[in-house]
Design a protein around this ligand. Structure first.
Ligand SMILES: *Cc1c(COP(=O)(O)O)cnc(C)c1O
Length: 467
């Protein structure tokens, strides 16, 4: 017996109900709490014995409806923690179509590679990279970084193979860079210690003199510098490294220039930040997310690699049973398996393509510009209050500040954040800036309004006063 519905008419009704439930959730994203912790009852009810028999569709919709409220809350306009996108209802359309197609986008001759490659062409255009730029729609920037640095490592290893087979490759990034870079080094066997964390200036941007000094020292020890990884928007403060400066060094020293632009690269769409991101046109590779500032629903990220041949050489090793053909289903020029570590993979590009067509890049530009202005507005509120102080300059869309206490400030500011989260009012996160705990507000949310920031600051002061 197949797993298809026995009664399609009844299933259709269930599916329509579920669609309504899902749309209701999104339409009411502003209502109610931001984060709702999972109750003990719910956690307990999830730990049921392995189901052997089927359930009724009504029971399944009821179970889905029951879990929907217990999400992290990032579709809410006052979710300010870490860096999360808010998603859109229009994604639900693409997800439905995608589920119905049930495509394996890793290989072969069908529509998915055409859509995915179109997304890559659009993104190369947005970032100012050449038309031939290669790339994939991946899970997120963590995966994008692994794919990009694999290409970088292989290319440079090969270059030094004959003259210096045992040489140790070293890469460089700033001490504010994201942990996914160290992870990629680890996974690629370059070894985490060979990622040098360069100190930053007072704006949390990589200190390029320190970078050059470190490279000189490494060369003196016969290490081989191979890549510099710049940050376009650090997760702590939104700082953008001097990317033109890094590009110059990479060019002069023949190094791979990778940029982690997880959320910040999207700001190339904005008038405020595009000049600081002009060097994205010079990268060898770039990783960024659609599920952050682009507002595509989780998960979707992107890797772009300037040289398609270097990209392909890092991954294309197909066994006999995956040989391509001139014609038929095993035809098709682009097989994603030749450009990344996965064979079977979902059709993520469909929701990205649909998202961009639905809204157009001008709408994303508007969101990005508004969020940047909102971070500046929040800074002005902090500066206007005698009870609050800024802990880092606002570079992009992130504002780090704290309530001023006579003593125990770190502990009490942490308490403020936890109380805000647990009360359901708002969900900022914390970070450490120069050894001081900061209330960290990241705004990558198309639903956030100025009044949400007024409300946040009012609540911070109220809780702070009570501690
Ligand atoms: C989120 C983030 C990452 C990791 O991206 P994922 O999509 O979560 O894998 C890397 N770098 C920065 C700056 C980020 O904000």
């Amino acid at each position: 017996m197949s797993l298809d519905p026995k009664d399609w008419k009844a299933f259709r009704k269930t599916a329509h109900t579920m669609l309504d439930v899902s749309l209701d959730r999104m339409q009411s994203s502003r209502e109610g709490r931001v984060w709702t912790p999972v109750t003990d009852e719910l956690a307990k009810s999830i730990r049921e014995p392995l189901p052997k028999a089927p359930s009724d569709y009504e029971d399944i919709t009821a179970a889905l409806e029951e879990i929907i409220p217990y999400a992290p809350g990032n579709i809410h306009p006052r979710f300010f923690g870490w860096v999360n996108g808010a998603g859109t209802p229009s994604n639900i359309l693409a997800e439905m179509a995608g589920a119905a197609m049930n495509v394996n986008a890793g290989s072969r001759n069908h529509v998915a590679p055409h859509i995915e490659q179109q997304v890559i062409r659009w993104m190369a255009e947005v970032m100012g990279m050449p038309k031939e730029t290669s790339g994939l729609v991946v899970t997120g920037t963590s995966m994008a970084t692994i794919v990009a640095l694999k290409a970088a490592r292989d290319f440079h290893q090969k270059k030094h193979e004959e003259t210096n087979p045992d040489a140790c490759l070293v890469g460089y990034t700033s001490e504010q860079a994201h942990s996914c870079i160290g992870r990629a080094f680890d996974l690629l066997g370059i070894c985490k210690e060979n990622l040098r964390k360069i100190k930053c200036n007072e704006n949390f941007e990589m200190d390029l003199d320190a970078l050059k000094a470190q490279m000189e020292e490494d060369r003196a020890f016969c290490h081989i510098p191979f890549a510099i990884i710049g940050s376009a928007g650090t997760v702590n403060t939104g700082a953008i490294d001097d990317l033109e400066g890094i590009a110059d060094i990479c060019e002069a020293e023949d190094l791979w220039f990778h940029v982690d632009g997880a959320f910040g690269a999207t700001a190339i769409l904005s008038e405020q930040a595009k000049d600081r991101l002009s060097a994205l046109s010079r990268v060898d590779s770039l990783g960024f997310d659609f599920h952050k500032w682009w507002q595509v629903n989780y998960d979707a990220g992107c890797v772009l690699i300037r040289d398609p041949l270097i990209h392909r050489q890092a991954f294309a090793r197909r066994p006999e049973y995956l040989r391509g053909k001139e014609r038929g289903l095993a035809g098709g020029k682009f097989w994603a398996v030749d450009y990344g570590p996965e064979l079977s993979r979902g059709f993520r590009a469909l929701k990205v393509w649909t998202h961009i067509k639905t809204h157009g890049v001008d709408a994303i530009k508007e969101v990005v510009e508004r969020n940047i202005s909102q971070a500046q507005y929040l800074e002005s509120l902090v500066k206007a209050s005698s009870k609050l102080e800024m802990l880092a300059p606002v570079s992009l869309n992130i504002c780090c500040f704290r309530y001023k206490f006579e003593s125990g400030a770190d502990h009490k500011n942490n308490d403020i954040v936890v109380q805000l989260q647990e009360s359901g009012i708002a969900a900022p996160s914390t970070t450490t800036i120069n050894n001081t705990l900061a209330i960290r507000v990241n705004i990558t949310n198309h639903r956030t309004q100025q009044a949400d920031l007024d409300l946040l600051v009012g609540a911070v002061i109220e809780i702070g006063d009570s501690l």
